[in-house]
Design a protein around this ligand. Sequence first.
Ligand SMILES: O=C(O)CCCC[C@@H]1SC[C@@H]2NC(=O)N[C@@H]21
Length: 181
Amino acid sequence: MEKNVALIALFAALIAVLALIPKITLGFGVPITAQSLGIMLAGAVLGSKRGALAVLLFLLLVAVGLPLLAGGRGGLGVFFGPTGGFLFSWPLAAWLTGFVVEKWRSVPLGASVFVGAILGGIVLSYAMGIVGLSLALGKSLIESTSLMLVFIPGDMIKALVVAALTVSLSRARPSSVLSRH
Ligand SMILES: O=C(O)CCCC[C@@H]1SC[C@@H]2NC(=O)N[C@@H]21
């Protein structure tokens, strides 16, 4: 129990630390951020439930005003801006990433993490993010979807990095990859 709380807090802190990597903000207000890598990693390593809880803890701290999003942003307002849909998607994205890794045991760990991270961190996250973006910018869903195309190569690389990190962690310390235990 205490171990779970410590791991959830550790991953919430890790997602916060990733805010220190400078974001690249595009004209329409959605940044390229390393924090989405932390979301996928939380699900891949901690599994669906603990991964989602780590992200919820992180978002709670953001909501109460701590400047933990890339660029030092925080507060309730960010949930209703152009990136609000992504922020709401993040606990579910971590959950889905972990769920795929937990359930899909017939393939090597790296493959399940890569696919899980794509489904959670790209497919699900973009779906919710695009709805939020179109509401915030008053653009159609098609226009908002086309704005997101530029993020796909970077997020595919993040999914690969998350798969490589999870496999390395499981080789160094198998019991630490809770999604497979
Ligand atoms: O900092 C925020 O307010 C949330 C940013 C959300 C950015 C999204 S997550 C998926 C896609 N990949 C990125 O690197 N940026 C967008």
